[in-house]
Design a protein around this ligand. Sequence first.
Ligand code: GLP
Length: 245
Amino acid sequence: MKGSAFYENHFDYDAMSRQAANIIAAQVILKPNCVLGLATGGTPVGTYKELVAKYAAGELDFSQVKTVNLDEYVGLDETSDQSYIYFMRSNLFDHVNIDQNFTNVPRGIVDDADAECQRYEELIASYGGIDLQLLGLGPNGHIGFNEPDDHFPVQTHKVTLTDATIQANKRFFEKEEDVPRYAYTMGIGTIMKAKKILMVVNGKGKAEIVKRAFFGPVTPEVPASILQLHPDFTLVADEDALSLI
Ligand code: GLP
């Protein structure tokens, strides 16, 4: 891990979001036809807002950018406002000049799950891999939807969501029963192949898992801990998330 845990006085959610957006913007400026790996969840919403603002100010051009998202709930598609494709369109894609033919999220409704996972891996390979992968951090240490396990799943695959994840994500749904029980996610190998990785984390609720992931042993019981082995990993967090380190 190259490092750069970011810390300043009063480094709050907005500062975290600005910092993360600056790093993504730098990637797009340096390589206008880059491949961005993107993430959903509450944490990156501010980062996307900042990117949209930079685009609106004429500072960024997404016309040649391609994107691949980490994950999608099984059983949801763009008609559901809880789907990750819907999230990406409403938070970013619909507000910038990206060519939506080159934005990709695993398809949540398919006949053949294995074929969809294979298609997604091949798609990423056909793009030449991911230049910069944005990640959030699940409260149980998951990245994408790679849940704590006894091994690191390598490729895009279908997962059964843990109860901890269902509990954490039910806030986005009307009721707990509506949270899908399965998802498609890039594997740990897919994520680790990205040339650069940027993680955003905020809030006291993540402080303990930040400590375990980045200052504890590398173990599949804390999937994010594998990022300690990535050669170009950047953690951008607010001061609450860093309060135990
Ligand atoms: C979801 C997503 C993850 C995300 C995590 C954290 O489960 N699959 O990619 O990082 O939640 O979400 P939040 O940012 O809302 O805490």
